[in-house]
Ligand binder design. Structure first.
Ligand SMILES: *[C@@H]1O[C@H](CO)[C@@H](O)[C@H](O)[C@H]1NC(C)=O
Ligand SMILES: *[C@@H]1O[C@H](CO)[C@@H](O)[C@H](O)[C@H]1NC(C)=O
Ligand SMILES: *[C@@H]1O[C@H](CO)[C@@H](O)[C@H](O)[C@H]1NC(C)=O
Length: 506
């Protein structure tokens, strides 16, 4: 065994400005919903879904939609008119202690990120569809918070574990350090949200990006795809070597609108824990076009405006794209106020796997409810559901391996004012519109194109929606204290404000 004489010498740290392995991406804004309804043509084709969804994208959406229908949509609620895909997730509701529910205001629609991780990325094939998440999950059996990704092994690296780590509930407080994407995998409780998340909650969902190269779908809608080792990037597992675009959904909900109110937040699928958050993607691009976009739209800005192939429509035009709600759902009133969740969805807080329940309005509903009534364990009116209170005061305090290469390591930088933004705070008084009215675009900074953008976020404050990037920059650390000293590449995260938008929120 050798030993070295200890000499303490200062470390030389060099910031390298050029990184040639940056991952490109684009961010698809879909600022309006095409609808809010108990529809899920992927999971429940031809019938009523057992819970409500917020739906964005191609306008030809209904109970029986298949991907080819979407491609023929005459409109889309997304900004790029070639994107007729459909994107949907459960809606988030607030339930007052008297049992009445209302939908939580959704801020800025949704963003669908197409992250171009890996090599030889193949466009989603025509007819492709998939889900992410599991609506019936109500517990999490892996270490909290996530240990560094490099240490994930065994069960903790299983697809079941990666699927749960693909959910994020990002507490938004613009005055504080931003949390990393996919940092927390459950819905924080109401007290935590009231105390900390002054700008609401961002729900995040990473889709599997590794495909078996054959099936456009599978019976469970997930086994034709798999997560790469790091959920967001990493290596594709055996049998799933075809690298797809890495799809990531973000939706922001103004949970703070209910600060001080007595009650609880619950997802439309009767989930107050968040573990059952999920989403669906149905391919509606022309496949060849999408492949060209994957190959061409590699500007690191992530802005759709920087892809020469995209035709971009205004948010106002996009907002005109609405699907017709089927008659059988006409009286649902999913947004509320209404008694319980839409409609008759029991709240199940787990930890056991949620049970199935009769679907209100389905032909066998009455007989099913009379049979089920004695077996029902939790009712929609229950306000005593046990909601987990695993809440962390700060993202930064729990990440021990700050430079360990975890691409989602927390950042500690705070808000950087953007000088080019003019604050004529003319927040249109009445209009409770959730659509931004003015857009101020700032050219990318030199720093922004220097690194590997690993996460972006939309943050709301007052009348503004602000976009931030978390960027990974190579840092060379030269340790001269041992004979084997060599330059070690370390990763360092920086955060930049890229663009701010004025937003008429209420
Ligand atoms: C339940 O409480 C909320 C908030 O106070 C109220 O707006 C709603 O009308 C109440 N519902 C009923 C059925 O009384
Ligand atoms: C990326 O887009 C920006 C504008 O946002 C432009 O200035 C820049 O030249 C583009 N970079 C490349 C490599 O095309
Ligand atoms: C947690 O969820 C899993 C998956 O559904 C289930 O098998 C397990 O029994 C649950 N744990 C508890 C304590 O109920």
């Amino acid at each position: 065994m050798r030993s070295f004489k200890q000499t303490v010498l200062p470390l030389a740290v060099t910031l390298l400005s050029a990184v040639d392995t940056a991952d490109a991406f684009w961010r698809m804004p879909c600022r309006s919903r095409t609808g809010l309804a108990r529809l899920d043509p992927l999971m429940d084709p031809g019938t009523i879904s057992d819970h409500a969804h917020v739906i964005h994208g191609g306008g030809s959406f209904g109970m029986d939609t298949v991907p080819t229908d979407l491609q023929g949509s005459s409109c889309t609620s997304c900004e790029v008119t070639q994107d007729k895909s459909a994107y949907w997730t459960p809606s988030l509701h607030f339930q007052y202690s008297n049992g009445t529910t209302v939908i939580v205001p959704q801020v800025g629609g949704m963003l669908a990120y197409y992250l171009l991780y890996g090599d030889d990325i193949q466009a989603f094939p025509a007819g492709f569809q998939m889900i992410a998440g599991d609506k019936r999950l109500r517990n999490f059996t892996w270490p909290v918070p996530d240990p560094p990704k490099s240490s994930w092994s065994g069960d903790e690296a299983s697809q079941a574990a990666l699927r749960q780590k693909a959910l994020g509930f990002n507490c938004l407080n613009y005055e504080a350090a931003a949390e990393a994407s996919l940092y927390r995998h459950f819905l924080p409780d109401k007290d935590y949200l009231d105390a900390n998340c002054l700008d609401g909650l961002r729900l995040e969902l990473m889709f599997p990006a590794c495909w078996n190269g054959v099936d456009l779908d599978s019976s469970d809608h997930r086994s034709h795809v798999a997560y790469p080792t790091a959920v967001m990037g990493g290596t594709c597992p055996e049998g799933f070597e075809t690298q797809l675009p890495s799809l990531f959904f973000e939706t922001i909900w103004n949970t703070y609108a209910f600060a001080g109110e007595d009650g609880q937040f619950v997802l439309s699928n009767g989930d107050p824990t968040g573990y059952g958050y999920h989403g669906d993607f149905m391919m509606g691009w022309d496949e060849d076009f999408l492949q060209s976009a994957v190959d061409t739209c590699t500007n690191l800005s992530g802005e759709i405006q920087d892809c020469p192939l995209f035709d971009i429509q205004s948010d106002d035009d996009a907002a005109q794209c609405l699907f017709d709600v089927p008659d059988v759902l006409a009286d649902d009133n999913p947004a509320g106020p209404r008694d319980g969740l839409p409609v008759s969805v029991p709240i199940q807080s787990g930890p056991e796997y949620a049970t199935t329940y009769p679907v209100y309005g389905a032909s066998d509903y009455s007989s099913a409810t009379s049979k089920a009534s004695s077996a029902t364990t939790t009712s929609a009116a229950s306000s005593s559901a046990v909601v987990p209170t695993l809440s962390y005061s700060s993202a930064t305090s729990t990440v021990t391996d700050k430079y360990g290469g975890g691409i989602l390591a927390a950042v500690s930088s705070s808000y950087v004012p953007d000088a080019t933004y003019t604050s004529s705070a003319a927040a249109s008084s009445e209009a409770a519109s959730e659509t931004p009215t003015t857009t101020v675009t700032v050219a990318p900074t030199a720093a922004q194109t220097a690194g590997n953008i690993v996460a972006t976020s939309w943050i709301t404050r007052g009348n503004e929606v602000i976009e931030m990037y978390v960027q990974e920059v190579e840092v060379t650390v030269t340790a001269t204290s041992t004979p084997t000293a060599a330059a070690k590449h370390r990763r360092h995260l920086q955060q930049h404000v890229q663009r701010r938008e004025k937003h008429a929120r209420r």
